[in-house]
Design a protein around this ligand. Structure first.
Ligand code: SF4
Ligand code: SF4
Length: 343
């Protein structure tokens, strides 16, 4: 049966999954260990040309930015390949793609001169804004001084088109007088479980479900698989906003790393034809029967489930998909490398 997917009004272009950090909460399981498979120039052009027909500007206009409008350049860490990032901005600007911004963890902001030079050039090329990542997971890898510099200079260059995610953590780190990098365990201890849970916003999906196990073992409740059967994932799975398009040509729904709805290099065709669910059973189950259907399907294929239980519905989904990806037969579980970098 064919299922239509929504036209993407916003999203992120993943230039590669390579990143100098290996954050415990990374939804896309990025790390330095990924191959440097940067998106090719031909694919960049192909994807951007098609996206330019669908991407919508921020409600405040095409020269402004909002998290769930426009197009952002991301990864992995896009500043690892600054030349490619500049090229992507050039093409997007020529195509009049509105509300463009880049997302970075600021690892590269080691001096004022370098930071200003890179941001000014991107702005000159047509980039509208920047989003700086701040929370205790990034702090393990990026000295807070680099983050502060990125925010200060980012604001000078992009003005109100600077977004800080999460601003509350920037404030808290300043207040606590944080210097350099801080191990997650130390920060977690410093802040305490209750304050941490209240302040940090992250989804227990991707690497988080595995890498946080030790730290969160006693702090967060786990549930049996059946607990999640009544939670629908269709809205986040088949939504029109904030989807991702990766360097392998995968159309990644929402924040569901490791799933491909099809080839975004052939986006017009994919939107026109929809998904043939008999060919992509995992997509079929997630669309028609949510996680319950997928759980049953995986049990039939030998998935034993976790005795400890699951932190979230996405944790359950991730665990099932990790198991199924091991068999190697499901084309929608892409990129395969994602499943190798979860642990
Ligand atoms: S969350 Fe961002 S900075 Fe951290 S590993 Fe993932 S892509 Fe890199
Ligand atoms: S349960 Fe799976 S498909 Fe649904 S939102 Fe979570 S990761 Fe995506």
């Amino acid at each position: 049966m064919r299922k239509q997917i929504a036209e993407p009004i916003s999203g992120g272009l993943i230039l590669s999954y390579k990143c100098p950090s290996q954050c415990r909460h990374c939804m896309y399981a990025c790390s330095p260990k990924w191959r440097a498979d940067w998106i090719s120039e031909a694919d960049l052009e192909k994807i951007l040309v098609q996206l330019s027909n669908y991407i919508e500007p921020s409600p405040y206009g095409s020269q402004t930015v909002s998290l769930n409008y426009g197009l952002h350049f991301t990864g992995g860490e896009p500043f690892l390949n600054y030349e490619l990032l500049c090229q992507a901005v050039d093409i997007a600007e020529k195509l009049n793609i509105p509300s463009t911004f880049v997302e970075t963890n600021s690892y590269w902001c080691t001096s004022d001169e370098l930071t200003r030079e890179k941001l000014e050039l991107l702005k000159k090329k047509g980039l509208k804004g920047i989003m700086i990542s701040v929370n205790p997971f990034y702090l393990e890898y990026v000295p807070f001084e680099s983050t502060e510099r990125a925010i200060r200079i980012g604001q000078e260059v992009f003005g109100n088109n600077l977004m800080v995610y999460q601003l509350e953590y920037y404030r808290r780190f300043k207040e606590a007088g944080i210097k350099g990098r801080v191990a997650f365990e130390d920060y977690f201890r410093l802040e305490g479980r209750d304050t941490f849970v209240k302040n940090v916003e992250f989804f227990i999906t991707g690497r988080a479900a595995y890498a946080l196990k030790g730290t969160f073992g006693e702090s967060f409740p786990r549930y049996r698989a059946s607990h999640f059967f009544s939670q629908p994932c269709r809205p986040s799975f088949l939504r029109s906003w904030h989807n991702h398009f990766d360097n392998y040509g995968d159309y990644v729904p929402g924040y569901c790393g490791g799933i491909s709805l099809g080839d975004c290099r052939d986006l017009d065709n994919l939107l026109g034809q929809g998904i043939e669910t008999e060919e992509y059973p995992i997509l079929g189950f997630l669309i028609d029967e949510d996680i319950k259907g997928l759980f049953q399907f995986s049990k039939d294929l030998g998935y034993l489930g976790s005795e400890e239980g699951y932190f979230s519905k996405c944790h359950l989904c991730m665990d099932i998909r990790k198991y199924l990806a091991g068999g190697g037969e499901f084309k929608e579980l892409k990129p395969r490398e994602f499943y190798l970098h979860l642990g």
